[in-house]
Design a protein around this ligand. Structure first.
Ligand code: UDP
Length: 333
């Protein structure tokens, strides 16, 4: 059975391709490689294309007899979305509409959509469950919320069977070391902290030390990317049932502060990351932690590898492998 994975060359997308292949399915990656990597596509064919190209999308779906879609392709940087909302509404909302309409045309009615906890905006409760009010505070979250709404109405009108997975903080790398996080412009805490261990010219800036949290730094719910991948597989299987049309949080229910993450990186690498206190990053709430009950009861999903230590260890292994490969390639030139 072939599954179209849009954005399958990206971070969470490539880990999901690995999980789909391990379950005996064929992931067909559809990716324009604007941020994804050709090397990350290892478990099925790659079609280099844009979601706006409906003819290519149609051809890909038909040629591979695609039966379901897992949709990751999106722009996903909160800060950039505030500066360039047009890009976010075009790449995320308009291009997803192109995908959804093509699915209707080609009679593919199963969709797992990569959504985000950014749909909630500023938290009103200690942990966020799926019924928490949706009031995004940036165009990224707004574009994802609009897509969830489109899915709902496509479900009503055209029988789309969909599930939206609202991730908290994706982190870590493939436990086998084959793939991992590799953003051209890295903004995330764990890879930047590892950089501050490795690179003498680099420091991790702690964005905000005056939050109303026990150590003054912001708290997030870090979830291992391989656990996220498993959740996509379960969700994709679930779309075969009639009972869909739901948004599901993917988180652990446990929060960790920025300082806790930095300490864990120090413990795992054996070296203290160079660090500096910095002002809060605009738009960052003090605490974002999932209430993840629905994922457990509905999907039957429980995170297996999301202890902070396992996250930091796999990210560190991956970072060392990248450094090793870069050195090898430089020597070969
Ligand atoms: N963070 C930080 N320094 C950095 C990057 C991130 O202190 O260089 C903090 C950020 O303010 C947030 C947490 O780390 O509280 C996680 O941020 P990240 O960018 O990794 O993920 P996000 O929560 O934005 O999806």
């Amino acid at each position: 059975m072939s599954i179209l994975v849009t954005g399958g060359a990206g971070y969470v997308g490539s880990h999901t391709c690995k999980a789909l292949a391990a379950a005996g399915l064929e992931p067909v990656t559809y990716d324009n490689l604007s941020t994804g990597h050709r090397w990350a596509v290892r478990w099925g064919p790659l079609v280099v294309g844009d979601l706006a190209d409906r003819a290519l999308l149609r051809k890909t779906i038909r040629e591979h007899n695609v039966e379901a879609v897992v949709h990751f392709a999106a722009s996903s940087l909160v800060g950039e979305s505030v500066k360039d909302p047009a890009k976010y509404f075009r790449n995320n909302l308009v291009n997803t509409l192109s995908l959804l309409e093509t699915m209707v045309e080609t009679d593919v009615n199963r969709l797992v959509f990569s959504s985000t906890c950014a749909v909630y905006g500023a938290p009103l409760t200690e942990t966020l469950d799926e019924s928490h009010p949706r009031s995004p505070v940036n165009p990224y979250g707004e574009s994802k919320l609009a897509i969830e709404s489109a899915c709902r109405w496509f479900g009503e009108a055209y029988g789309l069977r969909w599930l939206a997975l609202r991730y908290f903080n994706a982190a870590g790398a493939d436990p086998d070391g084959q793939i991992g996080e590799a953003h051209a412009c890295e903004t995330h805490l764990i890879p930047l902290t590892l950089e501050a261990v490795i690179n003498p010219a680099s420091k991790i800036s702690i964005f905000g030390t005056d939050y109303p949290t026990p150590d003054g730094t912001a708290i997030r719910d870090y979830i291992h990317v391989a656990d996220l991948a498993d959740a996509h597989l379960l969700a994709m299987e679930k779309t075969a049932e009639a009972d869909t049309g739901l948004s599901v949080n993917l988180g652990t229910g446990q929060g960790h502060s920025v300082r806790e993450v930095i300490s864990m990186v120090e413990s795992v690498t054996g070296r203290p990351p160079r660090q500096v206190d910095a002002p809060r990053r605009p738009g960052d709430p003090a605490k974002l932690v999932a209430a993840a009950e629905r994922a457990r009861t509905y999907l039957g999903w429980t995170p297996q590898r999301s202890e902070l230590r396992a996250i930091a260890e796999t990210a560190w292994n991956w970072r060392q492998k990248q450094a090793h490969d870069a050195h090898r390639d430089a020597v070969a030139v």
